[in-house]
Design a protein around this ligand. Structure first.
Ligand code: SF4
Length: 214
C-alpha cells in the first residue's frame, strides 16, 4: 500500500497556523518522508451481521456493545465491517529514538504518523466502499471505540475477532492503548439505504440534516 501523509494534515496536527516558512516546511517534509519510509501500513477487516436487540444494545456478530452513539451511527444498517489498521513498529521506533535526542523531530514524527494512519484508514474505507457497491451496499463512515459512549474496552475483542495480533501485529495493552501506537480500530456500517457518505466521516460531510449524523 503506497500512502503519503498530506502536508496540510501534518501541519494541522502540529498546530501550525497560516503559511509555514520555507525552511520549516522543508524540515517537516523531510521528517514526514522518514515516517512514510518507516511505515508498513497493514489493515484487517471482517464483515458480520448486525442486529439491534433493544435499547442501546447492538450485536456486531459475536461482539455485544451498548452505545447510543454507535446505535445512531449504524441505524438502518444490516451488516457491519470490523476494521483495524496500523503503521507498524517502525514508526514507533523512529519516535522513540527522536524522543531520546531531538524532541522537536519527535513532535513532527508524531504528527506525520497521525496524518498517515488517517490516510491509510481513508483509503481502506474507499476500497471497502467500492467493493460493497458492486453488491448494492452503501458504507457508513468509520466509528472507533472511544468515540462518544462506544466503550474503549471493546477494542480487545474486536482485535481478537480480526485475528489482528497474528495477521497485522496489532494488540491492545492493559489500558486499551493500541500497540503499535499509530493504529486505529473501527466499525463501519453496511446499509441498503443510499446515503452520500463522505469518506472522512460525518464531520467532513456537507449533509448537515442527515438523521444518521454523529
Ligand atoms: S452525515 Fe454524511 S457521512 Fe454522516 S451518515 Fe449522514 S450522509 Fe453519511
Amino acid at each position: 500500500m503506497t500512502v503519503r501523509a498530506p502536508f496540510d494534515q501534518v501541519c494541522r496536527y502540529l498546530g501550525c497556523r497560516g503559511e509555514v516558512e520555507p525552511a520549516l516546511a522543508g524540515r517537516i517534509r523531510a521528517l514526514t518522508h522518514q515516517v512514510e519510509e518507516a511505515a508498513q501500513p497493514r489493515t484487517a477487516s471482517r464483515i458480520f451481521p448486525l442486529s439491534f436487540p433493544g435499547g442501546d444494545r447492538l450485536a456486531l456478530g459475536p461482539l455485544a456493545v451498548e452505545s447510543a452513539a454507535l446505535r445512531k451511527n449504524l441505524a438502518g444498517c444490516e451488516e457491519v465491517i470490523l476494521f483495524a489498521a496500523t503503521l507498524g513498529v517502525g514508526v514507533d521506533r523512529l519516535i522513540a529514538r527522536a524522543n531520546a535526542g531531538r524532541v522537536s523531530d519527535a513532535a513532527v514524527y508524531q504528527a506525520a504518523g497521525a496524518a498517515l494512519i488517517e490516510e491509510v484508514c481513508d483509503q481502506a474505507w474507499e476500497d471497502l466502499r467500492r467493493a460493497g457497491e458492486a453488491e448494492g451496499w452503501h458504507l457508513r463512515p468509520r466509528f472507533s471505540p472511544g468515540y462518544g459512549d462506544f466503550p474503549l474496552s471493546c477494542q480487545r475483542e474486536l482485535l481478537t475477532l480480526l485475528r489482528a495480533p497474528e495477521t497485522i501485529g496489532l494488540t491492545a495493552g492493559e489500558s486499551m492503548l493500541l500497540l503499535p501506537t499509530k493504529s486505529v480500530t473501527a466499525v463501519m456500517g453496511r446499509s441498503r439505504l443510499a446515503l452520500p457518505c463522505h469518506r472522512t466521516g460525518c464531520e467532513a460531510c456537507g449533509k448537515t440534516d442527515c438523521a444518521f449524523r454523529r
